[in-house]
Ligand binder design. Structure first.
Ligand code: SF4
Ligand code: SF4
Length: 335
């Protein structure tokens, strides 16, 4: 006799009857339960688990999946050293041992103060984990070596095509520059014996257009070629992953559909503190124009913002699917 677990049994029964409304109801029910637990464990945390510094609201790439309005209107476009220092100093007082991400919604290396901020942070927060997201266009040999010398622990970027044609269609960045930069970075890492982990995501233009915009474009999906070329050059601890559920955030403004499904980012929202170039602490990394602001680190400490009633209310609304009451971006979020 085959014993089917209760949950599986219900799922099967629902699939047979198949009213999609019931499935959506179950999804929401499960989300609310999970959200309740998640929020309960983090709502009273005194300090975030990670600090995500948006050192730049500008990016020289134009990825096919990135909203065209990203960063528009954010002033100043680059986080000044003094502001980053205030954040790092407070984290140091708290003996912060979490993750510092040096980029959010823009190319951090365009900030002329990048290395001053990076070095200061490494000095003041030696027990933190340093993570950089970049498009790699500016990670030339000397920049790569400087990142490794300052003990960068994780480098994240996308390779969205195996040839100049597919890569440039996806990102509007020069493929040969990218290729040389990555070869040099891997080479420097090997020579220095540095521990920096490389994390690569792949989302080709063809795949994105087919999955999100439901359009066919006349380009191959060369994901397999990307893996075939780069995987043998990587270490065992590196990650190369294929994006199989792309974000739909680039369509949000165009569609303006009221959100009805659960929030995809809740587990990150409860842990990560995102700080814009102007000091605004905003709710979610998909809020590319920082519309949902919780506070500002120029006026308040991170600790105050993190335990504020505004943050708690927003989390509660997210957990209860009350997106309209939050306003933008959640009210029209497609993810
Ligand atoms: S996804 Fe990242 S690299 Fe691409 S345009 Fe947006 S910010 Fe730049
Ligand atoms: S924008 Fe709001 S609803 Fe969408 S993923 Fe972020 S927090 Fe969730």
């Amino acid at each position: 006799m085959v014993i089917i677990p209760r949950e599986k049994f219900i799922n099967r029964a629902v699939r047979i009857v198949n009213p999609s409304i019931i499935t959506l109801k179950m999804w929401k029910y499960r989300y609310k339960n999970r959200a309740k637990k998640l929020i309960a464990t983090s709502i009273d945390a005194k300090f975030p688990e990670s600090l995500n510094l948006s050192l730049s609201a500008i990016c020289q790439a134009k990825c096919i999946y990135c909203p065209s309005e990203r960063g528009k209107g954010i002033k100043p476009p680059f986080m000044p050293f003094q502001l980053a220092k205030k954040v790092v100093d407070e984290a140091s007082e708290e003996n912060f041992q979490g993750i510092v991400r040096f980029s959010e919604n823009g190319e951090a290396l365009l900030n002329k103060d990048f290395f001053s901020i990076f070095e200061y942070c490494r000095k003041m927060l030696p027990a933190s984990r340093s993570v950089l997201y970049t498009n790699m266009a500016l990670v030339d040999k000397s920049t790569g070596r400087a990142l490794l010398a300052n003990n960068l622990e994780e480098l994240n970027f996308n390779i969205d095509g195996a040839s100049a044609v597919t890569y440039e269609a996806a990102k509007k960045l020069d493929f040969e520059t990218f290729k040389k930069n990555l070869h040099d970075f891997i080479d420097s890492r090997n020579k220095l014996g540095a521990k920096c982990r490389i994390h690569i995501d792949i989302l080709t233009a063809q795949k994105y257009m087919a999955m999100v915009e439901r359009k066919r474009i006349d380009l191959p999906d060369d994901t397999a070629e990307v893996i075939k070329y780069w995987k043998p050059l990587l270490n065992k601890s590196d990650i190369i992953s294929v994006v199989d559920k792309p974000y739909k955030w680039a369509l949000r403004e165009k569609m303006k559909n009221p959100k009805t499904v659960p929030c995809r980012k809740l587990s990150k929202v409860v842990r990560e503190c995102l700080i814009g170039p102007n000091g605004n602490v905003y709710l979610c990394c998909l809020d590319y124009q920082q519309k949902c602001v919780i506070g500002n680190v120029i006026n308040n400490s991170i600790k105050e913002i993190w335990s504020s009633s505004r943050r708690k209310t927003l989390l509660r609304f997210l957990g209860e699917l009350r997106f309209e009451e939050i306003g933008e971006p959640c009210a029209f979020c497609l993810d």
